[in-house]
Design a protein around this ligand. Structure first.
Ligand SMILES: Cc1cc2nc3c(=O)[nH]c(=O)nc-3n(C[C@H](O)[C@H](O)[C@H](O)COP(=O)(O)OP(=O)(O)OC[C@H]3O[C@@H](n4cnc5c(N)ncnc54)[C@H](O)[C@@H]3O)c2cc1C
Length: 471
């Protein structure tokens, strides 16, 4: 019997195994598929590679503006998929985590097939392994939510991008949260005629309202059809050229069709095959694994981390959760996990990019007396140089403490700009302190200082020469 058995080799599982072994536990890591999990093989890494191809095509079209004459870029999709495989292989090969796992003597079973509990301390995998452990950490991630409606089997998920032989001429994307907008934006850039359908009143509803509105405007300007509050889907049916979606709104029936339909309406825990009842592991109301602040499940010797617990479903939080779960599994409950209380920047590699950290303006208004400052990309030097003048940076600042509560950016390098704001928030900086940092010129992040100076003025705070510094 091993001391700690980790199920799942995504960011949560890998960190859990690493930490457990580092603390001296005899550790086994088992995964149904490849090392790296969804993050390395089906999520951020390959999706970002597709997005990069779209970005390169955009940049190629800009070359003429800078006196470099080339013809219209033409996409070779099979070649792009080969590049995606190259990139994911390269990332895997250079993962220092794999080296550390191996050097710490963790027993790794990759491609073992899905695991299921047979009793509280034992699992069996589809590949025929039977493993027992004193402590178990479940890190099996999530899957796309499915709808119980006729014809749903005709729809695809983002993962189907890897088996297409060409870019579909047209595409319906259902669901405009982070995954849906990335799929829509990427395939729009690659040449598909994309229609994006959102059931709620605005796309990317977890973002600041101004960011949602600006993203919708930019998507429409790039040729995408964006339909918010579109109604309820009744069915999907096959047509000679693809798939038709039938839907109703306010009692009126409509339909639309495309070569491919991608559904991205949420990410849920994939627990059906794990046979939790044999182990005493319970689910919460949202059907994710129920854990306490130590990431202990309802069975005291079984822990869980990553997407399977349904908190912030992002790689850094999965890594953090894996570390915490393993620490508590080996040393007893001593380290708590509360990602919601921490500074958690997030963003999406759409065209245009968007990102956020901290509170949206609406959430901040509900609990604080605030000021906001907005600087547009057409007012900063670097964005003008690079020809990326669309976008803005919004800072949300607490009037009483002068601390930054939130930062929201849409436009080129939004994700990187927000990282800088996240560090300022984590350091508890006042907005005038941020305004005093002489960031390099001309840079994208310089817009933050401009916004900080503007907010400081609104708060009546003194800002010296920096009030005039270029950005
Ligand atoms: C399209 C897309 C883009 C994304 N982009 C980003 C991004 O840019 N930045 C970011 O931070 N996050 C992004 N995410 C989210 C991120 O990928 C996840 O939060 C992260 O992968 C979660 O890690 P995890 O370890 O919990 O699970 P996963 O990475 O999903 O790994 C789960 C592991 O469990 C194994 N497994 C599953 N079931 C079983 C079973 N029954 N038995 C044995 N093993 C099993 C799998 O083989 C895998 O090894 C994206 C997600 C998607 C879908």
């Amino acid at each position: 019997m091993t001391d700690v058995l980790v199920i799942g080799a995504g960011p949560a599982g890998v960190l859990a195994a690493l930490r457990a072994a580092d603390l001296g536990a005899r550790t086994t890591l088992v995964a149904s598929a490849e090392f790296g999990g969804m993050a390395a093989n089906d999520g951020p890494v390959p999706v970002r590679t597709l997005a990069h191809a779209g970005r390169l095509m955009r940049d190629a079209r800009q070359l003429g503006q800078y006196g470099v004459n080339v013809s219209e870029p033409v996409l070779d999709y099979p070649r792009l998929l080969a590049r995606v495989r190259e990139v994911t292989g390269d990332v895997r090969a250079h993962s220092s985590l794999r080296e550390q796992i191996d050097s710490l003597g963790v027993t790794v079973h990759e491609q073992a097939g899905a695991a299921r509990f047979v009793d509280p301390h034992t699992i069996e995998t589809k590949g025929g392994l039977r493993l027992a452990a004193d402590k178990i950490i479940i890190c099996t991630g999530g899957i796309n939510r499915r709808l119980p409606i006729p014809g749903f089997e005709l729809t695809c998920t983002h993962s189907d991008a890897w088996s297409l032989t060409s870019v579909p001429p047209s595409m319906l994307v259902i669901g405009a949260a982070a995954t849906g907008v990335q799929v829509a934006s990427i395939f729009n850039a690659l040449g598909s005629r994309v229609q994006l359908f959102e059931a709620g009143p605005r796309i990317i509803a977890t973002e600041d309202e101004d960011i949602s509105a600006a993203a919708a405007t930019a998507f429409r300007a790039s040729g995408m059809v964006v339909q918010e509050s579109f109604g309820a889907i009744e069915s999907f049916e096959k047509t000679p050229a693809g798939v038709r979606m039938n839907f109703t709104k306010d009692g009126r029936r409509s339909s639309t069709e495309a070569a491919l339909v991608v559904v991205a309406i949420g990410w849920v825990a994939d627990t059906a095959g794990l046979n939790f009842s044999a182990a005493g592991v319970e689910l919460n109301q949202r059907k994710f694994v129920k854990v306490d602040e130590y990431l202990r499940t309802s069975a005291a010797h079984i822990f869980a981390a990553g997407d399977i617990i349904g908190k912030l479903m992002l790689v850094p939080q999965a890594v953090q959760g894996g570390f915490v779960a393993a620490t508590n599994a080996v040393q007893g409950p001593s380290m708590t996990f509360s990602p919601d209380d921490e500074v958690s920047p997030s963003g999406s590699f759409t065209e245009p990019e968007y990102a956020q950290v901290g509170l949206t303006e609406a959430k901040a208004r509900a609990t604080h007396d605030i000021v906001t400052a907005v600087v547009h990309f057409d007012a900063t030097t670097r964005t003008i140089i690079d020809g990326h003048k669309s976008g803005f940076c919004k800072l949300v600042v607490d009037r009483k403490t002068c601390r930054i509560l939130g930062c929201h950016v849409i436009g080129e390098r939004a994700v990187d700009i927000v990282e800088v704001a996240a560090i300022a928030i984590a350091a508890g900086m006042r907005v005038d302190e941020l305004a005093h940092i002489p960031l390099s010129y001309p840079t994208y992040a310089g817009i933050l200082v401009r916004a900080a100076v503007s907010a400081a003025h609104k708060l009546g705070l003194k800002v010296g020469w920096q009030a005039h510094q270029a950005a």
